[in-house]
Design a protein around this ligand. Structure first.
Ligand code: HEC
Ligand code: HEC
Length: 239
């Protein structure tokens, strides 16, 4: 990564100062992923260097929003610790290209932060976070209703919702390819991003699968699922 702490701070400050100006908003014209293109990108991913990733996340101030070792301290920023290696890498590419964005163009923090990154930087950062563990975010299990548990384990065939666990793992630990972990994720972020899929503002999912599922869920179910996964620790060992 070519930038110093100072440039990262500037990127964030600049982003904040630009957010007042609507003319800086940019329409995104990046094509969503097809299965073959994503497969090839993941196959060509450089091998990540965990130690370098650890240094980068300190130097680039990821820590200020995503917390020590990727365990978010603010409800707005996702926890990165223990997420899927390929998902983290793909997601950094998506922010850089603008495919994934928060709708504020250059004022989006993750857009600014990823601009100077090389693929090697992204692979190193992904390797570091993927090997960290995240604790459960709520000390006591939430009041999980039978209907939430059913969505996780059995989905809802009447609405064509595939069980979350069939892709995201029995304990929300993440799945094959780019399927992220959900365990230990900040509930507020989880809800927000599910609503972004539901509204179609998050479009980085291959073949729109998550948009399809989110669209079928009620806001109450989304909240229940967010609380459910936030209460599960994500104990990742090096992979
Ligand atoms: C100014 C705060 C801020 C900084 C600094 C920051 N991030 Fe983020 N990051 C966010 C927010 C907010 C989101 C959620 C955005 C969204 O909803 O798409 C996010 C999302 C992400 C995601 C997606 C996580 C997921 O579960 O989908 C990754 C990966 C990520 N950031 C990595 C990094 C890395 C690596 C750095 C340092 C190089 C960094 N971030 C610096 C605020 C920040
Ligand atoms: C067919 C497989 C599949 C099923 C079933 C599935 N997901 Fe996903 N999910 C994915 C993939 C792949 C992604 C990453 C998409 C992307 O890159 O945006 C994802 C992303 C997510 C994210 C965003 C994670 C983050 O860190 O930003 C959430 C939250 C989520 N899924 C929740 C759910 C819930 C809740 C269910 C059950 C109702 C579910 N998913 C069912 C494959 C699946």
């Amino acid at each position: 990564m070519k930038y110093s702490v100072l440039t990262a701070v500037l990127a964030v400050l600049l982003g904040a100062s630009l957010s007042a100006h609507a003319e800086h908003k940019e329409a995104v014209s990046v094509k969503p992923w097809g299965v073959a293109a994503l497969k090839q990108t993941l196959e060509e991913m450089p091998k990540g260097d965990i130690a370098r990733g650890e240094k980068l996340q300190g130097d680039a101030l990821c820590i200020t929003c995503h917390g020590d070792k990727g365990i978010a301290e603010s409800r707005n920023a996702p926890t990165l610790a223990g997420n899927n290696l390929h998902y983290l890498y793909k997601t950094l590419l998506d922010y850089q290209s603008g495919l994934r964005n928060e709708g504020n163009g250059k004022a989006d923090a993750m857009w600014a932060i990823t601009q100077p990154m090389t693929k090697q930087d992204m692979a190193d950062l992904a390797a570091y976070y993927a090997t960290q563990s995240a604790p459960a975010r709520s000390a006591t299990p939430p009041l999980t209703t039978a209907s939430i548990e059913r969505l996780v384990r059995h989905g809802d065939p009447s609405r064509l919702i595939t069980p979350c666990a069939s892709c995201h793992g029995a304990k929300g630990e993440g799945g094959v390819n780019e399927t992220p972990s959900l365990a230990g994720q900040e509930a507020y972020y989880f809800e927000r991003t599910m609503k972004a899929y539901k509204q179609g503002t998050r479009q980085a999912d291959t073949n729109g699968a998550m948009q399809f599922f989110a669209h079928k869920l009620t806001d109450e179910e989304i909240k229940g699922l967010a609380d459910y996964y936030a209460a599960i620790p994500n104990n990742k060992k090096a992979k």
